[in-house]
Design a protein around this ligand. Structure first.
Ligand code: ZN
Length: 221
């Protein structure tokens, strides 16, 4: 993995307008205005942060993994990566990254995938899809946009390491992140961010131990 994209931020956390903790395994929703900067901090390391973005005025426009991958000829996200929507617009640009690699293809864990990947008795375990569904049903921002379970496209997995093998297989590998690593992005439009701070207990993406994350938003500068 290249380290040339490891870029630190110059922003002061004391000046952030949002500075919140999302507990291990929980969802988190917030609006980010055009020009604001958003940071996700992997507080204890090796956490997977399943993330979706929507146009804050019209949720029919949302982060598109396929547009983001195709337009940049890259499967991984890091400093300089642009997050494209299904309408071909840049939603956010990654401006700092001390982790170095973020996944675009691994998707979100669900009761169904836990069952087929691990064991039948994993079905009732809490999953990212549960978090997304819960937020879509109960969060006032999602309610305002009229969102429902049809509004869950392929997500970003920040801090998650999903290398693609030469044969084209995906590996859910041990994380490359570490305590305090962060990724920061500049909003190019008004967006809603929907996060599931992954509760997965069956694979090493979060070291079998989900942990909290910190979320900061800085005002437009
Ligand atoms: Zn998950």
């Amino acid at each position: 993995m290249s380290t040339k994209n490891l870029v630190k931020s110059t922003l002061n956390p004391d000046l952030a307008v949002i500075n919140e903790i999302c507990a291990a395994g929980e969802p988190w929703v917030k609006e980010i205005k055009k020009g604001q900067t958003f940071r996700i901090v992997d507080l204890e390391g090796n956490q997977a942060v399943d993330t979706l973005f929507y146009n804050a005025q019209d949720a029919m426009e949302r982060y598109s993994a396929s547009d983001t991958i195709c337009r940049q000829h890259s499967l991984y996200l890091t400093t300089g990566s642009k997050l494209y929507s299904n309408f071909g617009n840049v939603m956010l640009t990654i401006t700092a990254d001390t982790c170095g690699r973020h996944d675009t293809v691994g998707g979100a864990c669900a009761a169904e995938s836990n069952t087929t990947r691990y064991a039948l008795d994993k079905y009732p375990m809490h999953s990212c899809r549960d978090n997304f569904l819960h937020a879509l049903a109960h969060d006032p921002v999602c309610e305002r946009l009229g969102m429902s379970k049809r509004d869950i496209p392929a997500n970003i997995n920040f801090f998650m390491n999903v290398p693609v093998t030469e044969e084209g297989n995906l590996e859910f590998a041990d994380g490359v992140s570490a305590p305090g690593k962060y990724v920061e992005m500049h909003a190019e439009m008004d967006v809603v961010v929907l996060i599931s701070n992954c509760p997965q207990l069956n694979n090493p993406c979060n070291a079998y131990n989900p942990t909290p994350i910190r979320l900061l938003i800085w005002p437009r500068m």
